[in-house]
Design a binder for this molecule. Structure first.
Ligand code: C5P
Length: 416
């Protein structure tokens, strides 16, 4: 199981000032990833007050957080002129997130210890708290760690659980810090994203997205198609455009999109292949959200079949696999995303497609579940990364799912 995110937060009040988030950083090798969390939260319009434990500074410098946070980072209980910095931070915080949370931090927080600035702040706050544990698998699975975590959860603390993956020292197992994008998603979800300034993290990015089910003609009036509505692909185009990307949408659907999105209307898998391959060379991100028909009539008749002609002998052939071709042709730095609509063995099938099709991310959904996939306004997906990462996005509006997918894309884009 990956980290489970609810991308819809509580409804905020309009006109509020920037939410105040204390970013706690503890002494784990994953502390460097807290830098990315800090930057992304600030980009999203959050006021970030970094608090490092003294031992965290052995892993990452205070200066980095001074530069990237909204105020200077704090380490000691006694650094500030004010003798009680923890109460200022604890009272002011709209949320506290600890990245990474070591076994030691979880134990001290669960036990109510307050012997440094971070634990004192945690004990002095009534704000929601998110902990993002990261540690070696043996430590993560230790009963004491799990007990402490259980205690914290019973007190209302949110946990963004670690993932499976490569750990310090080359070991592989569970305990790797969740992706910064997933942590930010959890924080923004809890804060409620609507009073945050709209993000512009895709400014200058050229994004090509396909949407809808293709139609494969039998004759001029009949075709083979599927249940895809194009809603998720169109939501992705709109969300990317809102976030500053230059978006081209290749679609079979006539659904209205943002005026800034360039739309190319297509009908068949063959049309879609031509349109996608022609445009992919200059795209930084390519998302194949379309439900391309896997089979088409070998011959499309020029004139209408009549009942009097008898039941036709329909011979089918495979359509081109556009995504695999895009995978073969992708250029250095291009991020490629595929979709896998499944009804069973979702993780296994999605992981296999990741490598078979040569993509970075595979967005999988179980289309047999209620409210999920084709023609619904909501979706519930799991995003599998070729790096082994797994992110579950709980049942949410397709717009919110689009933002969660784009967050993962952003994390993969080369620095701009
Ligand atoms: O193999 P499967 O059809 O499940 O893979 C789904 C993914 O591959 C989707 O991203 C879909 O857009 C893409 N695809 C494609 N060309 C096909 C079939 C699927 O690009 N002929």
């Amino acid at each position: 199981m990956g980290d489970r995110l609810n991308v819809e937060g509580p409804v905020p009040t309009d006109g509020e000032s920037a939410p105040f988030v204390v970013l706690g950083v503890t002494a784990g090798i994953a502390a460097y990833k807290a830098v990315e969390v800090c930057r992304r939260l600030v980009d999203a319009g959050v006021h970030v007050a970094p608090v490092l434990t003294e031992r965290a500074t052995h892993f990452i410098g205070k200066t980095t957080f001074d530069a990237l946070g909204s105020e200077d980072a704090q380490v000691g209980l006694w650094d500030e002129a004010s003798p009680i910095p923890h109460t200022r931070l604890g009272q002011r915080a709209d949320l506290i997130v600890v990245v990474p949370a070591t076994a030691d931090l979880l134990a001290r927080y669960a036990g109510g210890l307050a012997d440094d600035l971070l634990t004192a702040t945690l004990v002095a706050t009534a704000a929601p708290v998110v902990v993002c544990p990261a540690m070696h698998t043996e430590m993560w699975e230790h009963p004491a760690v799990q007990h402490n975590l259980g205690l914290l959860v019973s007190r209302g603390v949110t946990v963004v659980p670690p993932e499976e993956g490569r750990l310090a020292g080359g070991d592989v197992g569970s305990g790797r810090l969740a992706e910064p994008a997933a942590i930010v998603e959890a924080v923004l979800g809890l804060l409620g994203r609507r009073h945050l300034r709209s993000r512009s993290d895709l400014t200058g990015v050229r994004l090509l997205v396909s949407a809808g089910g293709t139609r494969e003609p039998i004759d001029p009036v009949r075709f083979i198609t599927n249940r895809s509505s194009g809603k998720q692909g169109h939501a992705l185009a709109n969300a990317a455009s809102r976030r500053g990307a230059e978006v081209v949408l290749v679609t079979t659907s006539d659904r209205v999109v943002d005026p800034d999105v360039v739309v190319e209307q297509v009908e068949t898998a063959a049309d879609m292949e031509v349109a996608m391959l022609a445009r992919a060379g200059t795209a930084d991100v390519v998302v194949m959200a379309a439900a391309v028909a896997d089979f088409r009539p070998k011959v499309a008749l020029d004139s209408k079949l009549h009942k009097s002609d008898g039941v036709p002998d329909l011979v089918l052939e495979a359509t081109p696999d556009i995504l695999s071709e895009l995978g073969r042709r992708r250029h250095e730095g291009q991020v490629l995303v595929g979709f896998a609509a499944e009804t069973d063995q979702v993780p296994e099938r999605a992981r296999a497609k990741l490598t078979d099709k040569g993509v970075d991310l595979m967005v999988a959904n179980d289309v047999s579940a209620p409210g999920v996939g084709f023609d619904n306004d909501t979706n519930e997906v799991t995003i599998f990364g070729v790096d082994g990462s797994v992110t579950d996005v709980t049942l949410s509006a397709k717009d919110a799912v689009a933002d969660a997918i784009l967050d993962r894309v952003c994390a993969l884009l080369p620095p701009r």
